[in-house]
Structure formats: C-alpha cells, structure tokens
Design a protein around this ligand. Sequence first.
Ligand code: DLL
Length: 431
Amino acid sequence: MFWSKDLECMAREDMKSLQLERLKKTVKKVYENVPFYKDRLSSIGFDPNHIKTLDDLKNIPFTVKDDLRDNYPYNMFAVPIKEIVRLHASSGTTGKPTVVGYTKKDLRIWSELVARVVVEAGATEDDIAQISFGYGLFTGAFGLHYGLEKIGATVVPISTGNTERQIMLMRDFGSTILVSTPSYAMYMAEVSEKLGFDPNESNLRIGLFGSEASTDEMLQELEKKWGILATENYGLSELMGPGISGNCHIKSGMHIAEDHFIPEIIDPDTGEVLPPGEQGELVLTTITREGLPILRYRTRDITSLNYEPCKCGRTLVRMDKVQGRTDDMLIIKGVNVFPSQIEGVLMNIDDVAPHYEIVVKRERYLDTLEINIEVSNAELLESFSHLESLKEKISSQLKIALQIDARVNLVEPQTLKRFEGKAQRVVDLRS
Ligand code: DLL
C-alpha cells in the first residue's frame, strides 16, 4: 500500500533533480535568513551559487547538536517566531534541550510523511491506533497522532504510563495498532500476562515501533508475543521527529523520505562521505523545511544505505536498522561494544527474559562489564546446576560476540527496571 505512490516510486534521476532544485533553495534560504549559516558558509568562502550538483553538498560543513544548543532557543529558525505554530524539543534530561519550530507548512508535511510511514507498514483507515508515546515536547506522540489521523485511522491518544489501564482500554477499544517504543511494548505484554490476558488474543495486528534501537530478535519476540507485524520507523526531533523513514511490510530496511531529506553516510572519525552500502554515521539535510532548515546534520546514528529498489515497488533509499549511536558506543578495555550486540546475543538464548541491564565499572584501573539478566521463570533459580550452565552459555556467547569477558548475573523475573519511553539499559559507573 502506498500513501503517495508517485513520490515513493520515483525514478532515481527524477528524484535527484528534485533534490537538487530543493537543495539550492534551502541553501539560499538559510544563507539569507539564518545568521549562523551565513557566518559559517561565508567563513569558508561558500556561496549558495556554488551548489551546481548534489555532489557539492559535501563541501558544506556539518551541523551538530551543539550548534542548536548554542543558538538556543530560536536563533537557528529561518522564519520570524510569528510564523511558527508549534514548538517541540529534543529528549534528554540534562542541560538545555534543542528546540524545534514548525510553520503551518512544516506541520502539513510532517503529517504527510508520517502518513506515508504508517501506510507503508500496513495501517489503514479501519485501524484503531493506541498511541502509547508520551504526549508533550517529545515529537513521537504528536507526530504519529497527526499522521494516523490523516489516513483516517481512529486515534487513541492514551500516552505512556498507567500500564494496567492501557491494557484494559486496548481490550475494550479493540486497538489494532500499537504505537510505542519496543521496550514499552515488551513491558505491556508482560503486564497483560500478569493481568491474565494473553497478548496474542488482543486485536493488535501491527506494531509501529520507534524512537529507540532494537534488534531483529527483540522485534521477532514482540511479533510472537502480540501476534503482530512489528514494524519500525525512525526520526529525530531536530529534523522533524518520526516520519523520516519507516519499514514497509517487507521489512528490509526503512525507506527514507528522500524528497524531503538528503541522506549521506560518513566516517564518524574523519567526516569523509562513504559509498553506498558502507556503515557509518547518518547525516541528513532537510530540503523542504521552513521553520528550522538544517544542512548536513550529524545524527550520531550508525547505519548504512541501500539504493536497490525494494520488492515493495518503492525506489526510496532504505536505511538499515540503526546499530547504535556513536555516543552509545562503550569502550570497554579498549574494545568497542554496542549495547545492541549484547541484546542480539541475549535474545537468542532460551530461558532468559528480554529484560537486562548493562553495568560498566572500573575496578583497580580496569574496566569491567557486568550484565544483569532476568531469567524467564523463577523456578530456574532453584536449580544450581542449570543456573550455572545457563550463565556459562551466556558468558561464552558474549565472549564470542564482544571479544571481552562479561560477568553474568541471573536475577529473578520482574526485578529489573521497566521503561515506558526510551529504555536506559546502560549504567556506566566509570566517570
Ligand atoms: O525519538 C523521534 C521518533 C519518535 C522516531 C517516535 C520514531 C518514533 P528524539 O527523541 O529526538 O526523536 O530521538 C532521536 O532516537 O537519533 C536515534 O538515536 C533514536 N531513534 C529514533 N528512532 C529509532 C529507530 C525521536 N527506529 C533519536 N531505531 C535518534 C533506532 C531510533 N533508534
């Protein structure tokens, strides 16, 4: 199913000329309206007329989160505040947030793009969508809300929290779509079981998950538990929010709305642009945004791009699952470790629940990695020999995947923290 088939299935050459035309306008606009860009571009002698081909994009300096913070709250906006009709802000609990402003047109495009993402995942006007993201400055709930309303689905703006009530209303209202983080969907399944309702018996048929990294194994587990198609979508508040990319039903990468964002993959250390297929940091340039246009934003998300047309018929480039963030990467005893690698190992082992915590410490000048994992059934804790062999199995598989030793602690079911929004599974006690 398509929301805007012509744009989603455009010939590559047509897409490139559309992007070039929009990029030229964007660069000119920020140069004329945003002092930050005027200074930055003129300091390297860059004139908007220097954009002749899409390749010229690589001569523009990157924009990073600190640039937005330094221009807090409105100094990066390209229109007077009077034209801004909505403000959102990035998540994060420390320091100043990054503030995002939308004009009326920006909001219209945002709901169009989210409509695209939800339709490609299979949502229709017959669906009842329970939005279990937090409503507020976070973009997740409002973004999905307007996109789902746009396609005519019935929206239930329940927000996060009060999980028992979520389950009751999900059953009573007959929700067919769940919108949440994958970790909250997992917690909701657990609460449903505790209340005596098999999640598989719910009316849910599609999960629209996003806002945090998840492994394929975690999504498969959600599919089994809820009896759904677990799809993923991606976005970040600085650039709009959800709607930047999403899975179609084939789930072989997330199609990027390339008519609104130009993606690049760079080497995070050198900033060099990498060829298609190589893994690196995703950089995005907005090409239709009015309120807060951003050139070459470093997302810090690690992924790769696939330009092969998809079996679904879309030609929009696909980004691979986000493997982690450059700032999530742990360096333990000099080895790079992504939390997603650990999750990948744990999810393939029977008898452990999909709830874990990664603790990094420094003991006598040496880094240590400790992983607390819930067993799926409390009775397992009663058999010492079984427990030891399970621990042994997890440790050896982690060693193969990570190349370093990890101390494994098996803990009772339902003792680790649960999350209603983005999961925080890493506790780094070294600093
Ligand atoms: O999380 C926007 C969003 C809301 C996307 C709802 C999808 C659904 P922020 O709070 O600014 O915005 O966080 C953005 O979250 O840079 C990624 O690191 C991470 N992220 C978002 N979606 C995914 C995903 C929203 N599907 C940051 N997979 C991004 C992995 C994701 N990470």
